[in-house]
Design a protein around this ligand. Sequence first.
Ligand SMILES: [Zn+2]
Length: 64
Amino acid sequence: MILDLDPDLDREALNALRCEYPQLLDERDHFYACDACGQAVDMRRLGDVLHHEEPGHDPLPLSS
Ligand SMILES: [Zn+2]
């Protein structure tokens, strides 16, 4: 874990945090494929990114 975050924050709270990210021409450039579960991860959603850093995690349920 690189970030020093309040452990009480759940994933949705982390996802709601404002973050700086470049405006990319291609929406797909905001995503990467998780090495562990293969799911596409939105780098703008911190909670999701941290979830996919956990060893042995399951893919997230798709929210939309
Ligand atoms: Zn994953």
